[in-house]
Design a protein around this ligand. Sequence first.
Ligand SMILES: [Zn+2]
Length: 145
Amino acid sequence: MRKIERNEPCPCGSGVKFKKCCAPALEGMTWPDTAEALMRSRYSAFVVGNTAHLYRTTHPENDQVKGISPEQFAQDTLQFCKAINFTKLTIHQVWPEDEHGIARVHFTTEYEAGEKQDTMSELSEFARLNGRWVYTQGEESAHQG
Ligand SMILES: [Zn+2]
């Protein structure tokens, strides 16, 4: 976890300043209008430790939030964010909304955990809840990009 100034490049790697990319969504001012934009904003939220954004963009039926109070989620997630410094996001492929309303994003993150550097790849699924994209579930994948 690290602090990102509003004029710095967005941590999601878009090439756009943080304030013109993920920051408005993290501040709750806007809601990302595509699954990819939502995924990017969630990655940025992990970078800066914005647990409120992660909570509100996770589907209520997802195990990470179901039956868990926002306070407990914030506490656990902040602990995770403090232990991990995400350094790079690579999006491999985006599948637009299918006939069931599911969109998918396959990505790899690079991160540091203490002295250790590693990568994590995931195929994430997103759906609309009351018209807004949310994260429904993810599956770790072996693909390293
Ligand atoms: Zn961004």
